[in-house]
Ligand binder design. Structure first.
Ligand code: UDP
Length: 458
């Protein structure tokens, strides 16, 4: 089976931790690698943002194609829309010359381009949104920098795609509210690299006897890092380590770093808060294992791979009960849920767990079991293949639909609605697979040229 992934801004080759490079990059890289291990041939199309990038970068089973669309330089993803018709045109040329069996779009603009390019050729389109504009607008209001047409166009993608892969149950409600046909929605969560993130292994050094709280996150306000810093005022027995953002040497120039540092100083906790900047994948597991707790308290979160990484390392998680964290972190079993934007409740939950080492150990062990049983990328790839296999037969290589290549997606979806397809709810089933994690490292991406995306707010 040939699967073409479309991930317009999030390259599987990108350096992670920057403001615009996070879970989607990990997802596309790891899912592609895991699909390749199951015998699929995968091509990932992503926009060229550097003139020096080769046209294609190949690893076993996975090829990354850099698509010329707009200037070959980093562009914030909220400013990419004007280049998406050109992106779709390039995709159409590629699909016409060498048609895949399935096109899988990631993020709304990729879905828009995927539909515009694939539907006229009768190639089925599966869509994963990763984040929804309607949720972002709800939380960010006038500060939302998304293109004004996002909500309308995203809803069109939700109605037109042959299948939607939602990454959590909360997303399903949003999708139905946008007009998606529930029968075309499957829930397949993101996964975690279980080879890399495991409870056993070296532990990053700790300078003193204080408890260690760890945040791993892009430095954007909605990730709630400010709430954790505020909670630190009530947690004198703990230090807070924050991984993410620009490389350490560039931290001083980052406006969010300045905001967080000023907050820590104002609250008198700056001496116990350390911002590390971007931490490489290889160093992250030891850092996770060095923590007593991982705190992940975003205001909203489409999925959130960080709690899975923490759980896979056997570390309990204090998480807000939002988005994907409702499914992944089981309250009282693998961590503790708190409401968003409530630093006092974060402090109380953390203090309770710090005072109870046995409970922490039990939550950590349960998290590691849950990650291993449910979230290995091979299991996620198998579920994704089931979604592809469930595409209505009439869609595959069927007649062209009325969807135009220039982004006019008013035509009918190319195929009948299928049977109920949400068979991979994260809380259903528990099949254990021979596990082998996926990462850029494993598929050989570590040696390929990397990219650093520009700032943005998701
Ligand atoms: N990450 C990383 N280094 C950093 C900060 C983050 O490798 O310094 C990774 C993190 O381990 C996780 C991803 O970036 O795999 C963040 O994904 P998540 O879904 O939690 O959040 P997103 O960034 O997509 O909002």
């Amino acid at each position: 089976m040939r699967i073409d992934m479309v991930s317009e801004h999030a390259s599987p080759l990108a350096v992670l931790g920057g403001a615009d490079a996070g879970g989607q990059n990990v997802h596309v890289a790891a899912l592609s690698a895991a699909l390749a291990r199951r015998g699929a041939e995968v091509v990932v199309h992503t926009r060229r943002d550097d003139p020096d990038l080769p046209t294609s970068v190949a690893a076993p089973g996975v090829t990354v194609q850099h698509v010329d669309a707009g200037p070959a330089e980093p562009i914030p993803k909220d400013e990419l829309l004007p280049h998406m018709d050109e992106f779709a045109q390039r995709l159409w040329e590629s699909f016409s010359a060498d048609p895949p069996d399935v096109v899988h779009g990631h993020f709304w603009m990729s879905g828009r381009a995927a539909l515009a390019a694939a539907r006229p050729l009768g190639i089925p389109v599966v869509q994963t949104f990763h984040a929804l504009g309607v949720v972002k607008r709800r939380h960010q209001g006038t500060r939302d920098t998304s293109p004004p047409t996002r909500l309308r166009e995203e809803a069109t993608v939700a109605r037109e795609a042959d299948r939607i892969v939602a990454t959590c149950s909360d997303e399903v409600f949003e999708l139905v509210g946008m007009g998606a046909d529930l029968r075309r929605v499957a829930v397949v969560p993101c996964g975690v690299d279980l080879d890399l993130f495991r409870p056993e292994g070296p532990t990053a050094p700790r300078p003193d006897a204080r408890f260690r709280l760890l945040v791993v996150s892009r430095l954007v306000e909605r990730k709630g890092i400010g709430n954790v810093i505020t909670a630190m005022a009530k947690l004198p027995q703990a230090e807070l380590v924050v991984a993410g953002g620009p490389p350490a040497a560039e931290l001083g120039a980052d406006p969010e770093v300045r905001r967080l540092t000023a907050l820590a100083e104002r609250l008198g906790v700056a001496g116990r808060v350390r911002l590390l900047g971007q931490v490489g994948r290889a160093e992250l597991p030891a850092l996770y294992r060095s923590a007593d707790l991982v705190v992940c308290v975003p205001w909203y979160e489409p999925f959130g791979i960080v709690p899975l990484e923490a759980m896979a390392c056997g570390v309990p998680v204090v998480a807000t009960a939002v988005g994907g964290l409702v499914d992944t972190v089981v309250d009282g079993v693998t961590g503790v849920h708190v409401p968003p934007r409530q630093p006092g409740m974060v402090a109380d939950a953390v203090a309770g767990l710090l005072a109870d080492p046995e409970r922490r150990a039990a939550l950590g062990a349960a998290g590691a079991r849950r990650a291993r049983r449910r979230y290995g990328w091979d299991r996620i790839a198998r579920s994704t293949l089931e979604v592809y296999a469930g595409l209505p037969a009439g869609v595959v290589r069927g007649p062209a639909s009325a969807v135009g290549r220039s982004g006019g997606m008013g035509g009918p979806a190319g195929g009948p609605g299928g049977a109920v397809d949400n068979r991979e709810h994260p809380d259903s089933g528990s099949a254990t697979l021979p596990l082998r994690g996926a990462s850029q490292r494993e598929v050989g991406f570590a040696h390929a040229p990397t990219r650093q995306s520009k700032r943005g707010h998701r």
